[in-house]
Design a protein around this ligand. Structure first.
Ligand code: OAD
Length: 237
């Protein structure tokens, strides 16, 4: 722990990659592992354009349920530790796969959202995007003023990541002295590819996860535990 703490203290540029595990202690279910299934469905069965085309109401019921969960949640000690680290570092980039907005609510500012935002909706016809924070949504599936279906403003399996944020994320990782990888199973690409990219570009890679991941044996330090406990310890100077 002391060694990793020192790397973080001495780093000029820090990048962080977070996944659903950082929000678990706030009561937001992760996608994989215990509690990961909604009804009997896995995320791969619902978070796709095909699932939405087949049954938009079912897909929206899942998102409406997640939105309700997140609306009742608060940022935890892990989110807050990262917001504090940002204050202490001149070059800091938080890259998240999460769509829940809890990093924003914790006070983080430099956030790259690779998978979009649960609180935006986008028209499937006119592509207009706007914020909608109502929970629960009054009508499922919701519709645009133009009459067409609205979809969640998130990235689904089979869809490309938003080009600008993805470029920025890769740049931040290439330039980082330290990459912190927190609460992600690191199995969903291209986001997971940021971990080997950081290592190839010379960053120290530090992982915090309850369980082992495909990268645990390769990174410089891998800690088993809760993000809300590990991050405050790692970041304390
Ligand atoms: P996953 O649900 O795949 O993984 C969550 C990870 O967090 C697991 O490795 C857990 O061991 C770990 N974990 C759980 N609780 C934790 C805690 N308190 N502290 C630390 N670690 C903890 O979530 P992601 O890796 O974010 O994409 O999943 C990646 C993507 O797959 C998501 O962005 C989403 C999903 O389908 C799309 O919807 C496109």
């Amino acid at each position: 722990m002391n060694q990793a703490r020192e790397w973080i203290r001495e780093a000029r540029a820090i990048a962080v990659l977070t996944g659903a595990g950082i929000s678990a202690e706030s009561g937001v279910p992760t996608f994989r592992g215990p509690g990961g299934l909604w009804r009997q469905y896995s995320p791969e069965q619902l978070a796709t354009p095909e699932a939405f085309a087949r049954d938009p109401r079912l897909v929206w019921e899942w998102y409406d349920w997640r939105r309700c969960k997140v609306a009742g949640a608060r940022p935890n000690a892990g989110h807050l530790a990262l917001a504090a680290l940002e204050e202490a570092k001149p070059r800091f980039t938080l890259i998240t796969q999460n769509v829940d907005g809890l990093h924003d609510r914790a006070g983080s500012r430099s956030i790259i959202k690779l998978h979009g935002d649960l609180w935006t909706v986008r028209c499937t016809a006119c592509a207009r995007e706007r914020r909608d924070e109502r929970v629960p949504l009054p009508e499922l599936p919701p519709r645009c003023e133009c009459g067409a279906l609205l979809r969640p403003g998130v990235v689904w399996f089979g869809e490309p990541l938003p080009a600008g944020p993805w470029e920025e994320a890769q740049r931040a990782v290439r330039e980082a002295d330290v990459l912190l990888v927190v609460g992600t199973s690191a199995v969903v690409y291209p986001a997971a590819g940021l971990v080997p990219l950081a290592a190839a570009c010379g960053a120290r890679v530090i992982e915090c996860n309850l369980e082992e991941t495909p990268f645990s044996a390769e990174v410089d330090k891998s800690f088993r535990g809760r993000a809300g406990e590990l991050l405050p310890q790692l970041i304390a100077s």
